[in-house]
Design a protein around this ligand. Structure first.
Ligand code: XIL
Length: 390
């Protein structure tokens, strides 16, 4: 979080927090006023509303207060990835993850653990060891087993959902061809350990914490790439895992969208068919990027993009609300000053629901309204199973 942005934000934050407190206020006659925060409104329909957080940002009181007021789950942006938790072989750093777990506990939030097996953000000692032959494939398999066991055990009982495996399926833009079932042939883990490692990862995670919900997580699995092929492939794959009795509980659709592409209109339908397999579903990393004038203000170059931005958020949340098994909706950071987008997508930004001055955007109020409407039409709590003990 940039300090400059926060200094400007501090004054107006008081108003935002007052208007959107997570608590349900009691009126003078003892009746309860309806909640207005995202987490409060979402709770009315049995949904958890979450955000990714970089723990360092919690040093800023206004940021931390908004996080606690608006969100009921938290995902560490990076702090549970292998590169961060074991930077040197055998030397563990749980500080970032622990801090978030503590923050969550203090504020009635649940935690999405992210992520156990992924081709990105691996420690150098591991990738270099594999590249120079000092780590054989057999040893790599043991190291992965050990990594999953150690990490899941460390956080045992404190994680609601684990993203066990992340981004294994091929995309239309990949250079490596897909395997016949759509898994990426170029993936680090697939190249060294074969596809069977995916089922094993779920088994190992389940053995270490039998109560955590175990998710497969990916992007472009709701037709975002213009075809539904990747979604079809993931669907067939998880169906097979279930048939083999692999302990998988859910599928997460990341939901990284871009206003230059159309909205994935099959999203609800795609989430529903995973649900029809008996799985839970979640939107795990929602953000909506667009081209901006500069990275400091992140003002959209096209003023109409503001509406597209809000509309895409609105549609994503509606897709989740329309599927009873959708238990959480998580944004990938809630403030533009913290978003990963400007650093990863050249010329783009404006991706979150609060601007660089920590002011709520139209997208924020649209999400509030969607939840409000869903709550008005639904009986209290729809039994989505979004409680920790469910
Ligand atoms: C991103 C983080 O937000 C960045 O800070 C980091 O440098 C790279 O990873 N899909 C995922 C997330 O599953 O882990 C990624 O997070 C964004 C894309």
């Amino acid at each position: 979080m940039r300090l400059r942005a926060l200094a400007v934000a501090a004054v107006s934050m008081v108003a935002v927090l007052a208007a959107s407190s997570g608590a349900v206020a009691a009126t003078h006659d003892g009746a309860k006023a309806a909640p207005t925060s995202l987490r409060g409104l979402a709770a009315e329909v049995g949904l958890r509303f979450g955000t990714a957080i970089i723990p360092f940002d919690l040093d800023h009181p206004d940021y931390a207060a908004t996080a606690a007021a608006q969100f009921s789950t938290v995902t560490p942006g990076n702090e549970m990835k292998w590169q961060v938790v074991e930077p040197t072989q055998g030397v563990f750093d749980w500080s970032g993850g622990d801090r978030l777990v503590q923050f969550a506990g203090a504020n009635g939030m649940l935690v999405r653990g992210h992520t156990l097996v992924w081709h990105n953000q691996l420690p150098n000692w591991l990738t270099q060891g594999v590249a120079n032959g000092t780590i054989s494939d057999d040893q790599l398999r043991d190291l992965l087993h050990q990594h999953i066991t150690t990490e899941v055990t460390h956080f045992k009982g404190q994680i609601w959902q684990w993203d066990v495996a992340n981004e294994f399926f091929a995309n239309t833009f990949d250079s490596a061809p897909p395997l016949p079932d759509g898994v990426s042939s170029g993936d680090f883990w697939i190249r060294h350990l074969g596809e069977g490692v995916l089922a094993d990862a779920f088994r190992w995670a389940h053995a270490a914490d039998p109560h955590a919900l175990l998710f497969y997580n990916d992007f472009n699995i709701a037709g975002e790439d213009g075809s539904n092929l990747k979604s079809d492939n993931v669907f067939a794959f998880v169906k097979q895992l279930l048939a083999e009795g692999v302990p998988i509980d859910g599928v997460g659709d990341q939901g990284h969208l871009d206003t230059q592409f159309g909205f994935p209109t099959k999203m609800q339908q795609d989430l529903q068919r995973f649900a029809d397999l008996g799985l839970k579903v979640a939107v795990t990393e929602a953000d909506v990027r667009t081209f901006v004038t500069d990275t400091a203000t992140q003002k959209p170059t096209n003023s109409l993009a503001v509406f597209a931005h809000a509309h895409y958020y609105d549609q994503m949340l509606k897709a989740c609300l329309g599927v009873r098994a959708c238990i959480s909706f998580t944004v990938w950071g809630f403030a533009d000053a913290d978003s990963w987008v400007p650093g990863f997508f050249k010329g783009e930004g404006f991706a979150t629901i609060f601007d660089v001055n920590l002011q709520p955007k139209t997208a924020f109020t649209d999400l509030q309204q969607d939840l409000q409407l869903a709550g008005d039409g639904a009986p209290h709590r729809t039994g989505r199973g979004s409680d920790f003990d469910d």
